[in-house]
Ligand binder design. Sequence first.
Ligand SMILES: Cc1cc2nc3c(=O)[nH]c(=O)nc-3n(C[C@H](O)[C@H](O)[C@H](O)COP(=O)(O)OP(=O)(O)OC[C@H]3O[C@@H](n4cnc5c(N)ncnc54)[C@H](O)[C@@H]3O)c2cc1C
Length: 338
Amino acid sequence: MFGLIARNSSRRICQSFASLSRYNSTLVIVEHNNESVTPITLNTLTAASKIGGEVSCLVAGTGCGKVVEELSKVSGIAKIMVADNEAYKGFLPEALTPLLVATQKQFSFTHIASGATAFGKNLIPRLAAKLDVSPISDIIGIEGPDTFVRTIYAGNAVSTIRSLDPVKVFSVRGTAFEAAEVGEGAAASEQAPDPGSTNDLSEWESQALSKSDRPELTSADNVISGGRGMKSGDNFELLYKLADKMNAAVGASRAAVDAGFVPNDMQVGQTGKIVAPQLYVAVGISGAIQHLAGMKDSKVIVAINKDPEAPIFQVADYGLVADLFKAVPEMTEILEKK
Ligand SMILES: Cc1cc2nc3c(=O)[nH]c(=O)nc-3n(C[C@H](O)[C@H](O)[C@H](O)COP(=O)(O)OP(=O)(O)OC[C@H]3O[C@@H](n4cnc5c(N)ncnc54)[C@H](O)[C@@H]3O)c2cc1C
């Protein structure tokens, strides 16, 4: 259950925040691929640390020892609970939720968090429903143990909500929190509670992951995205060439995805991925609010568009009014000479 709060009451909340924080205990659900921790988990750990109190982690996977080892080096983690079992192949929410419910039953955390990725979006609503609380999705700020900030209307308004639920179950927008550092910690691990039931609702069959030598879109320092202005999938080759010179990931607008130019895991925006790289280059993208919702927190935004009135120029730090089919090869050529 949520209550909307007025700005002037937030000071009072912050005052009581410090005194309440020692009673808090947060469980971070670790996202990983059994080999390494997914970067957004490190951002989620930073968010969890802002709540105050103890932060614990749950690693559920199949042969996930390396993940536990890596995580144990992150400072500020009280303990790591490990559930290493074939049942967690594919990280199905139907398998993970009973484990989390059993863990919550034993430890009564005040907060449970995960990253707002496909993994978190699959799991958090199901878990919240099983615990009979409201999920709080995609938070960008924490103003107190029960008060969270999130965007609404495709990022056009910011809403501050207070949750009255006994356990706050939320997902974290990675780009809104710094990544916790791996290095100094020495967290101990222990066996996670036994859920006492098996998942007979779903079965993991297989997965086909797209492989790329370029950096991952959500964690890349540089991103170049193409829009409908690219005109075809073949023309994205121009962006791949430029990206390879800049060690950049390549993204796309939804119009480019819907037109079949590129796969939808490249989509940036409200219904795609949220990115906040050091440099974002928007090529042939008009700058619709739904696209801006996914990239406007980038440190430096460059727009290349032939239409000087394109809304993307309103958010761009540097704008180039030009035909992309001329500008992009020229940029690649200049970088090739360096
Ligand atoms: C509920 C909802 C969710 C959505 N979610 C997303 C989302 O997650 N991500 C997203 O991107 N969109 C999303 N959209 C769609 C969004 O509203 C826009 O339709 C979309 O972003 C437009 O993509 P675009 O800028 O590539 O295409 P267009 O708006 O068609 O813009 C193409 C641009 O390319 C320029 N151009 C054309 N040729 C050239 C050239 N030769 N050289 C230079 N410039 C050129 C044009 O001037 C134009 O500005 C969503 C919409 C809805 C309703």
